[in-house]
Design a binder for this molecule. Structure first.
Ligand code: ZN
Length: 220
């Protein structure tokens, strides 16, 4: 899933308005960030089906970054890191929820499924990518709902800042959804690695800047 992860992150903002949306977005993409490093290290891999132009999705072997038990451990580690730096246990909990939510969302769409406990374990996947219009429609609806929740939670932000966040997220949604729907050529390895490693950092940094609050109000 793509923009759906951003949607879940923004939806968590009302639970503690002091937590920066950029941090929540990075947490929601943390599994993909790890995937990039694991592929670089040779611990995980992806496969391009011969009929990729028809499918528009890849197949993965990614037990360490996307397996349920490993991802829960990663989520807890990220939350502990945030707790140490942010001094807020609620913020840490939200970060953990955002990171762990990646399993649920990806399990809905991945065709081969996500392993429960590591290499060779039972994989869970609903395979919504087989019906791409439905899957992308769900992600678009999630984005609209998440923006509504975000705007309700940030009434104390300036109108310009809130409008900028809406424009930013809608633009991201358009790029991610149209990018997957129109994809016919298999992505190159460098493109994939940058989309997993660099994109989460860049996307969350922009969101963090748009969601910044006056000094003394924000946890981060
Ligand atoms: Zn993923």
């Amino acid at each position: 899933m793509g923009i759906g992860h951003v949607a879940v992150a923004l939806s968590l903002k009302p639970a503690d308005r002091r937590v920066n949306a950029g941090l929540l977005i990075f947490a929601a993409f943390f599994a993909d960030f790890l995937l990039g490093w694991c592929v670089l290290a040779g611990w995980e891999s992806y496969q391009v089906a011969a009929d990729y132009a028809h499918r528009h999705y890849l197949l993965f072997t990614f037990p360490w970054s996307h397996g349920l038990v490993p991802l829960l451990v990663w989520s807890a580690a990220l939350a502990l890191l945030c707790r140490a730096f942010l001094r807020g246990s609620r913020a840490a909990l939200l970060v953990a929820v955002a990171a762990a939510s990646h399993f649920v969302l990806d399990a809905l769409v991945h065709v081969r499924g996500l392993p429960l406990a590591g290499p060779g374990s039972f994989a869970l996947g609903l395979g919504l990518w087989r019906n791409l219009p439905l899957e992308l429609g769900i992600e678009a609806a999630m984005t609209v709902a998440a923006l509504a929740l975000y705007l309700r939670a940030t009434r104390d932000h300036s109108r310009g800042r809130r409008a900028a966040m809406v424009v930013y997220v809608v633009l991201l949604a358009f790029l991610m959804i149209s990018g997957q729907a129109a994809a016919t050529d298999p992505p190159r390895r460098a493109e994939l690695l940058s989309s997993w490693i660099a994109a989460p950092v860049l996307l969350s940094a922009i969101a963090a800047w748009l969601d910044r609050r006056p000094r003394g109000h924000a946890i981060i």
